[in-house]
Design a protein around this ligand. Structure first.
Ligand code: UDP
Ligand code: MG
Length: 316
């Protein structure tokens, strides 16, 4: 009989986790031809999340918990899950029931048919989301798909069911700056997309602020695209050409008309403009360097402080 591992990253989810557990267990138990394990990852929660996980694990042998030594972020929590998932199929799900467990049987059926290696889900609408956030999210997806080779689908969730070989590919991408939506696309494999309607979080509150999301978007672009660097080089070249033409123009004018000194204001404007561009471009280059810096340090992605899984990968 094949088995399925469900990874659930949890950060301060004491309100949502029991509801999620009830819901997902109901669905998984109805899938009688498949064994399952729930891998609850506590991402350094400050509330009672860990206590709830321990209670669930004591009462239900399907539950494993991995408790990280501090808050490492959802990407690291998911990675800890991937490194410790044993199932033939592995899924990631949010603890807030925004990823409907009712899709699981259908997802498993699709993978078993052998036509696909992964079933991913996509929200078809963004109901219940602030309009500004939707606007920027759409713009982000348009940009990243144009300039990177990680094909990221608009509305894609991290919720997807994958075969063992795809999970191994994801685990092998051990980069420190992780952007899962890009990684899933980059590793390839045959992916089937299931659309579903957006649901609002059952309890608790979203961990994302507007600035947090913006940083996430910029990181995603920098992690999966060299286009900003190319743009910097091209605009540098363009500016040089332009200034060279200006130079010729000024020299000729001086020789023909004998121009007196003038144009102080325009000169300052040009200097400030170019100075600003240089700082901006240095900033863009700096972002790439800071990524390189973090990668070369080779720090672990996560540190597990407490778990009920024997043979768990504790530091990686
Ligand atoms: N999460 C996490 N670590 C973090 C932030 C979030 O493990 O630092 C988890 C969170 O508990 C939830 C999932 O990631 O299960 C998605 O978070 P959230 O619902 O806040 O994101 P949204 O659905 O608003 O995009
Ligand atoms: Mg959510």
């Amino acid at each position: 009989m094949d088995s399925i591992s469900i990874i659930v990253p949890c950060y301060n989810e004491e309100e949502a986790l029991p509801l999620f557990y009830k819901e997902v267990t109901k669905v998984l138990q109805s899938m009688e031809d498949c064994r399952y394990e729930l891998l609850l990852v506590n991402d350094g929660s400050r509330d009672g999340t860990l206590a709830i996980m321990k209670a669930l694990a004591a009462a239900d042998e399907h539950v494993r918990y991995l408790s990280l030594s501090r808050n490492f972020g959802k990407e690291a929590a998911m990675y800890a899950g991937f490194c410790n998932a044993d199932g033939d199929y592995t899924a990631v799900m949010d603890a807030d029931l925004q990823d409907p467990p009712s899709l699981l049987p259908e997802m498993l059926r699709i993978l078993r048919s052998g036509d696909y290696d992964s079933v991913a889900t996509r929200r078809v609408d963004r109901r219940g989301e602030p309009p500004v956030r939707s606007f920027f999210a759409r713009a982000f997806y348009r940009i990243i798909n144009r300039i990177s080779d990680a094909d990221v689908v608009d509305g894609a969730r991290d919720f997807r069911l994958m075969t063992r070989s795809m999970v191994e590919a994801v685990v092998s991408m051990s980069e420190y700056n992780r952007f899962s939506k890009g990684i899933f696309g980059w590793v390839g494999f045959r992916t089937c997309w299931l659309p579903f309607e957006n649901a609002e979080r059952v309890a608790g509150s979203s961990k994302w602020s507007f600035w947090g999301l913006l940083r996430y978007a910029v990181d995603g672009i920098i992690n999966f695209s060299q286009t900003p660097l190319t743009l910097v080089s091209w605009s540098g070249l363009l500016m040089t050409l332009l200034s060279f033409l200006c130079l010729i123009f000024i020299v000729v004018r001086r020789l023909v008309f004998g121009d007196p000194v003038a144009g102080w204001a325009s000169l300052i404007c040009v200097i400030i403009f170019i100075g600003g561009l240089q700082l901006l471009f240095l900033g863009i280059i700096g972002s790439y360097i800071s990524k390189i810096y973090l990668e070369t340090k080779g720090r672990p992605h996560f540190i597990i402080a407490d778990t009920n899984k024997d043979d768990a990968v504790r530091i990686h």
